[in-house]
Design a protein around this ligand. Structure first.
Ligand code: B12
Ligand code: SF4
Length: 472
């Protein structure tokens, strides 16, 4: 009898970013033995614990079964490449900030005689740059076309390119299975996406480029079924991976009201406007919402507007955050310092805002121009990128560790010290303890995140310090 075709789906470990803050120079900066050991241990913990949720993309693909094909997932954050086995095809998920490790891996696998197929956000946005690195490309959301790919593989007729012409209809039931995952590797494996697409246009983001502007929902029945089936294998917390879980308020209210009897706890991402919708907030809280990441970005309208973000007016931010926290939901406030429109007054404003609103976990990011976003092209056209715009690897993921562009108003050599001085004051052990004690829920998780950030922003300051020295 003929053996099944073996497909290996690979998620890449990024060198830095949330996958594990380590110095960008790979540690060649001199540190004491204790410092080096502490950094290595913390990087390891971050890699293994902090954001260790499985890649939903690969769970979706491995759930599309075609008879005669067996699929396995290799998550390089935990797993070694299983090269002792035979593989007919390796599918790599390529994220925009981890292009080099993905292409290096593709080259290596091809030297071993394994066919490589590339898919994911970077391939969708820059297919031409990927073509030479794979035997085949999948451009776009692969939910349905993946079965065609598998059938072609079976027939020995893999095509060089599969292009998804129209966004998949998420209303069709496509059950997601965890059978290709090692459940014990992760913090939780309960990752669910209810909706794709984003009606907004923030110029630093490319979700609307990859997934379109129209919100596409799954049916509420199908989400409920998935939650029920996921709970049978893993009772831990749920992550709703939607970019804005309150984007369609009617849908969200119905969904989370129906989720109340499931007695789960969950986290997600939302906009500040949730704080002005008491019924929706109640549904979130009663269905077990423990924390929400809220993209506040700037406290100044002129800065948010300069980046096409209009749905978060500064005058309403504090009250909205107060209401969300009062409903018993922790707020991870995500800010960006260095937006066009920001001045040197912003750090003091941010610190005061974080203090006054009691934000449980602050994240103060540097703007990262990601290739394929509108801001990237604009900064390139204005001559403000500090690296060659053609070298996408220079724009790899990192954790607030380097400036990749010149801010519009603040000179770079004043911007960097103003940022590092702020993170030094905001991310301290005593602030971490204070925030954990005041958190409406999940106090120990709030403590863990804040402590990790004490470490990660410390690493970022070392890298930025080196960049600043280089400017002098
Ligand atoms: C959950 C999440 C995370 C999680 C898990 C990572 C992950 N990629 O699964 C964590 C917290 C670890 C994370 C980390 C980061 N993330 Co993130 N993350 C997300 C989020 C919110 C959901 C991802 C998801 O599951 N989507 C649902 C799945 C179904 O969609 P998908 O991944 O695009 O997959 C579809 C297609 O792309 C394609 N596909 C994907 N892979 C493959 C592989 C093959 C072989 C094939 C055929 C097809 C295919 O088919 C899939 C099904 O349709 C997205 C936003 C978004 N809307 O996607 C951001 C997003 C992916 N993250 C982003 C960023 C910037 C980061 C970080 C760099 C943050 C940082 N500064 O450190 C790190 C990078 C770490 C890494 N190694 O990738 C950006 C990526 C930009 C880009 N163009 O690449 C996004 C798009 C958010 C944004 N606003 O721009 N992230
Ligand atoms: S940052 Fe969030 S709200 Fe803005 S376009 Fe991206 S997904 Fe939409």
């Amino acid at each position: 009898m003929e053996e099944d075709k073996q497909v290996l789906l690979i998620f890449i470990q990024a060198d830095s970013g949330v996958d594990g803050a380590s110095l960008l120079d790979g540690g060649s900066v001199k540190r004491g033995m204790f410092g080096a050991m502490k950094d290595a241990a913390m990087s390891n913990i971050i890699r293994r614990a902090q954001f260790a949720i499985p890649p939903l993309s690969l769970m979706i693909l491995s759930s599309r079964n075609v008879q005669g094909v067996s699929q396995s997932i290799c998550d390089l954050r935990f797993d070694k490449l299983p090269l002792h086995r035979h593989w007919d095809l390796a599918g790599i998920s390529v994220q925009t900030g981890a292009v080099k490790p993905a292409f290096d891996l593709a080259r290596f696998l091809r030297t071993k005689g394994i066919k490589v197929l590339l898919g994911g956000p970077y391939v969708t946005v820059f297919p031409e740059r990927c073509r030479e690195h794979g035997d085949a490309l999948v451009i776009g959301e692969a939910d349905d076309i993946w079965e065609t790919v598998q059938r072609d593989l079976l027939a020995g007729q893999l095509k060089p390119e599969y292009r998804v012409e129209t966004f998949p209809d998420l209303g069709i039931d496509r059950p997601v299975s965890k059978s290709a995952l090692d459940i014990s590797s992760y913090f939780t494996t309960n990752v669910v996406q209810t909706t794709r697409g984003c009606p907004y246009n923030c110029d630093f983001c490319n979700v609307h480029v990859m997934n379109g502007h129209r919100l596409r929902h799954r049916s509420i029945g199908s989400v409920l079924k998935e939650v029920e089936s996921f709970l049978k294998e893993d009772k831990r917390i749920f992550f709703f991976l939607d970019d804005t879980v309150n984007a369609d308020e009617l849908y969200a209210e119905k969904l989370f009201t129906e989720l109340i009897p499931f007695n789960i706890s969950w986290v997600g991402q939302a906009t500040t406007s949730l704080g002005e919708k008491p019924k929706l907030l109640e549904a979130f809280s009663r269905s077990g919402c423990g924390a929400l990441l809220i993209g506040i970005e700037s406290l100044a309208d002129q800065s948010n507007h300069a980046h096409q973000k209009f749905h978060n007016p500064a005058s309403r931010q504090a009250a909205c955050i107060g209401n969300i926290r009062e409903a018993g939901i922790c707020v991870y406030g995500s800010f960006i310092y260095g937006l066009d429109g920001d001045t040197l007054d912003m750090p003091a404003m941010l610190e005061e805002f974080i203090e006054e609103t009691g934000i449980d976990v602050p994240g103060i990011n540097l703007l990262r121009p990601i290739p394929g976003t509108v801001v990237f092209d604009r900064l390139a056209a204005e001559g403000r990128l500090l690296r060659n715009p053609d070298d996408h690897d220079a724009f790899r993921f990192s954790w607030a560790q380097e400036m990749l562009y010149s801010p519009k108003i603040i000179p770079l050599e004043r911007f960097i010290p103003s940022y590092t001085a702020m993170t030094k004051r905001v991310f301290t052990v005593s602030n971490a303890l204070k925030r954990a004690m005041k958190a409406p829920r999940l106090g120990s998780a709030v403590l863990m995140f804040n402590l990790l950030y004490v470490h990660m922003y410390g690493i970022a300051r070392k890298d930025l310090g080196r960049q600043l020295d280089g400017l002098a």
